[in-house]
Design a protein around this ligand. Structure first.
Ligand SMILES: N[C@@H](CCC(=O)N[C@@H](CS)C(=O)NCC(=O)O)C(=O)O
Length: 205
């Protein structure tokens, strides 16, 4: 049985829940009390000594970090190899966008919401965070003007990973409608079979 250790509110945990749902995999969510600091002490630290969510167990195997969890689930449970291609070009393109997700997207869109939820933990100004969001969304918009999905002609874990933080921008006070190709891509991800929102509910039709 897969066990995902995360608070529901974690965007990085949401990425993993989104793929678990799309792959139609059964799992147990072990809710972590982030505000109570449960992720900074045992037993969570044995799962991820970095003290960050999510962490995941599948039988005896433990893996932490949202991107590592996505790679593991795609490689292990997607027999079509579509979500994480096996050819050199496909895998490299997915890695390229996963890297953007861990850097530019985390430092901009992810931080936009983190500042609302934990203002004491984020010292960057709103203007700096908005500028970072503008930077990555402008690049994504230009990229998506000519294609439907980020890394391949079909959805991959790169789309799942970046959708998490970018889809939360609207409720964080950043207007993604300014970026038409990104807006169409967001809607495409929402329409994927078994896609769920951060609360675990299907998107409205
Ligand atoms: N690179 C990590 C980042 C994980 C991360 O920042 N998780 C947040 C929740 S979305 C967290 O645990 N924050 C609490 C903290 O860092 O104390 C990943 O992709 O999983």
């Amino acid at each position: 049985m897969i066990r995902l250790h995360s608070t529901m509110a974690s965007i990085n945990g949401y990425k993993v829940r989104l793929l678990l749902s799309i792959l139609d995999l059964e799992y147990e969510l072990v809710d972590i009390d982030m505000y109570g600091g449960e992720h900074k002490r045992e037993p969570f630290l044995s799962l991820n000594p970095f003290g960050q969510m999510p962490a995941m167990q599948d039988g005896d195997f433990t893996i932490a970090d949202s991107h590592a969890c996505l790679v593991y689930l795609a490689r292990k449970y997607d027999p079509t190899n579509r979500w994480l291609p096996v050819d050199a070009e496909g895998e490299a393109k997915v890695a390229e966008w996963m890297s953007k997700s861990a850097n530019e997207v985390h430092q901009g869109p992810w931080m936009k919401r983190a500042k609302i939820r934990r203002p004491e933990a984020i010292t960057l100004s709103d203007a700096e965070i908005d500028a970072r969001c503008d930077h990555i969304l402008k690049l994504m918009d230009a990229h998506l003007e000519r294609r439907e999905w980020l890394a391949r002609p079909h959805p991959t874990i790169a789309d799942i990973s970046i959708f998490g933080p970018v889809s939360m921008l609207g409720v964080s006070g950043y207007d993604t409608d300014r970026w038409p190709a990104v807006t169409r891509w967001l809607e495409r991800v929402r329409r994927l079979p078994r896609a769920i929102d951060i609360d675990g509910k299907p998107f409205a039709a």
